[in-house]
Design a protein around this ligand. Structure first.
Ligand SMILES: Cc1cc2nc3c(=O)[nH]c(=O)nc-3n(C[C@H](O)[C@H](O)[C@H](O)COP(=O)(O)OP(=O)(O)OC[C@H]3O[C@@H](n4cnc5c(N)ncnc54)[C@H](O)[C@@H]3O)c2cc1C
Length: 363
């Protein structure tokens, strides 16, 4: 049995930021991640991040994990288990995890921070199971982590930030992008990314969806059509597009299985991507020993994941009695920072979503 003050599940920006705070507060901290390298989504983000300078905007995603690990990696209070998937959570507070596909380990923390991130959504259409239909995250991993091109000519489905950024990265890797299609009547991602795509001559076609793939054993093309306001295909608008792979960038779903296992109260909040835990401003859930941070608590960005991770970290440390000088001031500053990240029209839907699952009183 491995005992610790705080166990953090997920080594993305949220989990790493939480670890910085718990270690700084003197807590024995263990971090688990199922990947072979810490960083979560960051390990494949070769672009310079947008967001807040305080959370490394302007730095390439692939370098941010190193920065977040800088101050803790050699601290004896900190231990990381990589290639370790947390899969069980029991009434007595014991967490089980599969280590390197070979051995089950048991952990007994005083407090648990769940920072498991998100899962890619997909959409149903005939042929979506053919080799050559990928999620955008898989394409990014192939290209940016393993140096493998997913094909020669792709169709991108989804014009949110992920669809736009991955289209740009495909072109950087020498892959043609036939078009970016988007079901909504507007581009969901930031204009700065859409403009870069437009400058490359890649058409972005709104109110357009994929009807089916072409090909027997692998993708050889796609049939797309324009749609009306009810997302129904308009007659006589079907078109065959040539491509040898299709990339789906149609949204992310918070990864909340462990929060369900911990019996945290959950609520479906469409603005945050799906089922999310009810929490307070300390990022504490309705299970008093469990905190949440980052995309697992609602799909946002790395900057807010970092700030939420820091709040969860100081709150968990405080709850187990760590002597945190200036705790209230620091917490207020972090909450204000979140407010700034979520202000303006871009943060509208996040603020609306959070209002549905964040309690003003402390849990
Ligand atoms: C293409 C793209 C571009 C982006 N660009 C930006 C940007 O420019 N600026 C910005 O601020 N944000 C950006 N983001 C968003 C940002 O990457 C995410 O919001 C952020 O990574 C979320 O952090 P997280 O720590 O919550 O989760 P993640 O980064 O997803 O990390 C979660 C980690 O937990 C691990 N895990 C999950 N379940 C388990 C388990 N059971 N056991 C062990 N480990 C587990 C996962 O494998 C993963 O390593 C981008 C995202 C994408 C896809």
């Amino acid at each position: 049995m491995r005992e610790c003050d705080v166990l953090i599940i997920g080594g993305g920006p949220a989990g790493l930021a939480a670890a910085n705070e718990t270690v700084k507060a003197g807590c024995k901290t263990i971090l688990l991640d199922d990947a072979f390298k810490p960083g979560g989504q960051l390990v494949k983000q070769t672009h310079k991040f947008f967001g807040s300078e305080m959370e490394y905007a302007g730095v390439r995603g692939i370098w941010i994990a190193d920065k977040l690990l800088e101050n803790i990696k050699d601290n004896p209070l900190f231990k990381t288990y990589l290639r370790t998937t947390a899969c069980g959570l029991y009434e007595d507070g014991i967490i089980t995890a599969l280590f390197e596909d070979s051995e089950y380990l048991k952990f007994k923390p005083k407090k648990l921070i769940i920072a498991t991130g998100a899962l890619e959504k997909t959409i149903p259409f005939p042929g979506n199971d053919l080799p050559g239909v990928y999620g955008a995250g898989a394409v990014q991993t192939l290209m940016n982590v393993y140096g493998v091109m997913p094909g020669n000519r792709g169709l991108m489905v989804g014009a949110g930030n992920i669809g736009l950024i991955v289209s740009y990265q495909l072109r950087q890797a020498g892959v043609d992008v036939t078009a970016v299609i988007e079901g909504m009547d507007h581009v969901g991602g930031y204009w700065v990314h859409a403009s870069k795509i437009a400058r490359l001559g890649i058409p972005i076609r709104t109110q357009t969806t994929i009807l089916r793939t072409l090909g027997e054993n692998r993708v050889t093309g796609a049939v797309v059509a324009q749609i009306d306001d009810n997302w129904q295909p308009l007659p006589d608008t079907e078109e065959h597009l040539e491509c040898d792979f299709i990339c789906l960038a149609v949204g992310l779903l918070p990864l909340v299985e462990l929060l369900h296992l911990a019996e945290c109260k959950m609520r479906y909040v469409s603005e945050l991507g799906g089922d999310v835990p009810i929490r307070d401003w300390n990022m504490r859930t309705t299970n008093p020993d469990v905190y949440v941070a980052g995309d697992a608590g609602g799909i946002e960005e790395a900057s807010s994941a970092i700030v939420e991770g820091a709040i969860a970290g100081i709150s968990a440390a405080k709850a187990i009695g760590a002597d945190l000088k200036g705790y209230e001031t620091r917490k207020a500053k972090l909450i204000a920072e979140l407010g700034e990240l979520r202000c303006g029209p871009v943060g509208d839907h996040i603020r609306c979503g959070l209002a549905e699952c964040t309690l003003e009183e402390e849990l």
